[in-house]
Write a protein that binds this ligand. Structure first.
Ligand code: NAD
Length: 523
């Protein structure tokens, strides 16, 4: 086992806040860059400056805001090579996986730049009853002034960019807090917004660890958080104390259900990509596989053959020489080691991989485990690493039961050639999204809401109208088409008004004519 080459630990001494984060590449151990760390008072100052700038931003038209978003997008494209190299240096990803980051940003910017005006146009619900027939109703969407966006390390561009464009297009100012493990690329993107394209200063970045994330939660009006369940609980509790809304996108343990009639080649290719992409460090990675008995062995053979062919490393590009790259931290690789050791001790077999690769760098090979069951951590806890535990099941019902036997409910996939059967199984999975004969692809359906069940989250993430309305208050304005000098329910209270009121309520509210006319019960 090689010595750890990177920690990216911002703590210099117990109880002492560091002045800068020194970021080491997990693929090489070399220094990738440094950023200055904020203090709590810096976070408050950033928040105050963002609040001052926000009203002018919210006063712009949707087209003007979209114009700035598109200029930022174009700057990203012009700086693509430099940005991706920075992503690679701070994550240790393969060049291939690094290239997944930017398309996400472009897509989400384009989507909300195009649709925000329609999604946030005032709505005019019709009066719901005859009694309210004269009312004119409008629902307006008013942006929260300052949104906090706190993100993890596994997608330095992709993670914040899944959520940020909607908040900015809604008219919010946004105080971001990237992970202390990978703060470099995000700092550069925020610099790009503020300095390179000279956009209004409604986007800023606080740097530091959990205490700075907590300081962000304390100064904003709404929080979107992506990260671990433990941190999500803390943030949710704090938002509860402050009575501000939050949406939480947390961990996952995504199941893959492979039926006997599945296209096994496609399923095996998907399992290998979905399980090992980014070294398995994606919330929607395939984390566990249930395969019907009769095709289990054939499926496992295909998966192992493909896993064996994968190349692990941090290649320079442009021609890919590695499929996936490093694990982000020593802590993360230790979780993988613990899950593999636990499975082996309880009787699982490791058909390929199963031991960290020699350094430098934090590399773990694609690892396929069989003879696994739910007594093992690899089937119950989020691994967030390049492991694929595959479990034999007697039938689909058992696969569904086991898939649902989890504290998580982010997403999952079902594999069958029978479309109706696939849809039926999908309806039984207790998760926020199900892919039929595909993996991970749900996250990129921007028209559909995304969000996990159970410990995987609360409140939707992005997608469709709800993905931008969550950054807004709703304000209802009710007007009258006719305005007499008084209304039947207003003072003074008189017997006549009261009788009229009661008769009217009966007439409109009762479900049958006898009660409507007061022929039954006391009118
Ligand atoms: P983490 O929860 O440790 O940290 C995430 C962010 O929260 C970091 O920026 C961190 O500094 C900050 N933070 C820590 N303590 C805080 C506090 N008390 N208040 C406010 N902010 C605080 O997560 P991680 O290790 O960086 O990321 C891995 C986790 O993220 C995994 O569990 C993974 O499943 C999850 N994740 C989920 C999704 C999703 O969309 N569901 C996407 C990517 C990652």
């Amino acid at each position: 086992m090689s010595a750890p080459t990177t920690t990216n630990d911002p703590t210099t001494a117990p109880g002492t806040a560091p002045e800068e984060l020194v970021i080491r590449c997990p693929g090489t151990g070399e220094i990738a860059g440094r950023v200055a760390v904020d203090g709590v008072e810096d976070v408050a100052a950033r928040a105050a400056a963002l609040r001052s700038a926000q009203p002018a931003w919210a006063a712009l038209s949707f087209a003007e805001r979209a114009g700035w978003m598109r200029r930022w997008r174009d700057w990203m494209l012009d700086e693509e090579q430099a940005l991706l190299e920075l992503v690679q240096r701070e994550t240790g990803k393969s060049w291939n996986d690094t290239n997944v980051e930017l398309p996400v940003a472009l897509e989400v910017i384009n989507y909300y730049a195009k649709h925000a005006a329609a999604f946030l146009a005032p709505e005019h619900p019709r009066p719901h009853s005859v009694a309210m027939a004269t009312k004119r109703i409008a629902v307006h969407f008013q942006p929260h002034q300052l949104v906090g966006l706190i993100t993890p390390w596994n997608g330095p561009i992709g993670n914040p960019m899944l959520d940020l464009p909607a908040a900015m297009m809604a008219g919010c100012a946004v105080l971001t807090k990237p992970s202390e493990i990978t703060p470099l690329t995000w700092a550069e993107l925020v610099r790009g917004w503020r300095e390179a394209i000279g956009a209004p200063p409604i986007l800023d970045c606080a740097q530091g660890g959990g205490e700075i994330g907590a300081a962000v939660v304390d100064v904003v009006d709404m929080v979107h958080f992506t990260g671990s369940v433990a941190t999500g609980r803390r943030i949710g509790a704090r938002c509860g104390e402050r009575l501000i809304p939050c949406s939480l996108e947390l961990g996952g343990k995504d199941p893959m259900v492979v039926c006997a009639d599945a296209d096994l080649e496609r399923a095996a290719n998907a399992a290998v990509w979905g399980g090992f992409m980014g070294a398995g460090q994606a919330c929607i990675s395939v984390e566990r596989v249930y395969v019907e008995d009769e095709v289990h062995d054939a499926f496992v053979d295909l998966v192992v053959e493909r896993a064996d062919a994968l190349r692990v490393g941090m290649d320079a590009g442009p021609r890919p020489e590695a499929d996936f790259g490093a694990m982000a931290t020593e802590d993360q690789i230790r979780i993988v080691e613990r899950h593999v050791a636990d499975a082996q001790e309880k009787g699982a077999r490791t058909l390929t991989g199963g031991r960290r690769l020699p350094g430098p760098g934090l590399f773990y090979p694609p690892t396929v485990l069989v003879d696994v069951d739910h007594s093992m951590a690899c089937m119950r806890e989020e691994t967030f690493g390049p492991t694929l535990p595959i479990m034999r099941v007697p039938d689909v019902d058992e696969a569904v039961r086991l898939a649902n036997d989890s504290p998580y409910g982010l997403s999952g996939s079902v594999w069958t050639r029978d479309r109706e059967k696939g849809e039926r199984i999908a309806q039984q999975l207790e998760v926020g999204a199900v892919n039929l004969n595909n993996v991970l692809i749900n996250l990129f359906q921007l028209g559909a809401p995304q969000g996990g069940w159970r410990d995987s989250g609360i409140g939707g993430r992005l997608g469709g109208p709800s993905g931008i309305r969550k950054y807004c208050h709703e304000r209802v304005v009710v007007g009258d088409r006719i305005a007499p000098s008084s209304e039947p329910v207003w003072y003074p209270a008189t017997s006549r008004r009261l009788a009229l009121q009661r008769r009217g309520a009966r007439l409109l509210g009762a479900g049958d004519w006898r009660r409507r006319l007061g022929l039954r019960g006391r009118a």
